[in-house]
Ligand binder design. Sequence first.
Ligand SMILES: O=C(O)CCC(=O)C(=O)O
Ligand SMILES: [Fe+2]
Length: 332
Amino acid sequence: MAPVPFSPIKIGQIDDVQELRKARPATIPERFVRDIAERPFVAKPSMHIPVIDLSKLIEGDLEQFHTELSKLSTSCEEWGFFQVINHGIDKDLLQNIEKVATEFFMLPLEEKQRYPMAPGTVQGYGQAFVFSENQKLDWCNMLALGVEPHFIRNPKLWPTNPANFSETLEMYSANIRGLLRMNYYPPCSRPDLVLGLSPHSDGSALTVLQQAAGSSIGLQILKDDTWIPVQPVPNALVINIGDTLEVLTNGKYRSVEHRAVTHKYKDRLSIVTFYAPSYEIDLGPLPQLVDENRPCMYKNYNHGEYSKHYVTNKLQGKKTLEFAKIQHKLSC
Ligand SMILES: O=C(O)CCC(=O)C(=O)O
Ligand SMILES: [Fe+2]
């Protein structure tokens, strides 16, 4: 097993969920069992997140353009989540990234641990956002890699197995850039007790999420206090608003709380790309979106500081955004 880099953060033993699945323990280890209020229940499949046809925005006639644009604007205001179809990204590329990601997660543990995610960091293989020995764990393995801009890359964490991993990732990121995270959720014998990924909003401006073909339906978003599953549409990409866009639009577009649940028999792979401003950028609500009816809701802050705050706290719904919230009415 590769040595785990020294860290002052004590996170205790983190069992690898794929190894746990193989061992088939009689009960789920306590660290994965959620408190009752947090446990997933059967979500209502009655509502579907909007689907936007990107080709109508790019090459449609004027009427199609306006209809789709107004759908997009409603999706951002009312849902914060939508799927895009006809996005122009080659289907083979979408398949190839799923293939190398699956091949990586199926490697023996020792091989994957050559790229360890150090406690308190977000790149490499393991579980991110774990900061204490008491914290509940997600039923998920992650491989997260900074891809663009170039200087955020940590080449030591880029797998050399499968052999075409880096090449495929480069091609994928030329189309979809940013920090990329691959989440692998093995089946779980008690999906009612655990969460695949804790509820959170994304700290990015915009997130692009690919649900791998054949994966379990695991992504759920919180809308009007109800968890709604995101039904996969073949070759579509799921787009969601992150915290940065909520701040820039002064809350007109909201980042939406979401989570992943597990399945008793099926596994799930998601490939997620986070677009965010550069660390040196200072931002706050756009002045055009602040007036008497919509007073300034967020302070101005440095995105690097926000990112640091995000990655040094556990995932807990929309709590991280409180960093930027103004409690009293103020003019920006
Ligand atoms: O697996 C999923 O669909 C959820 C992934 C996600 O929300 C994330 O990686 O931020
Ligand atoms: Fe997310």
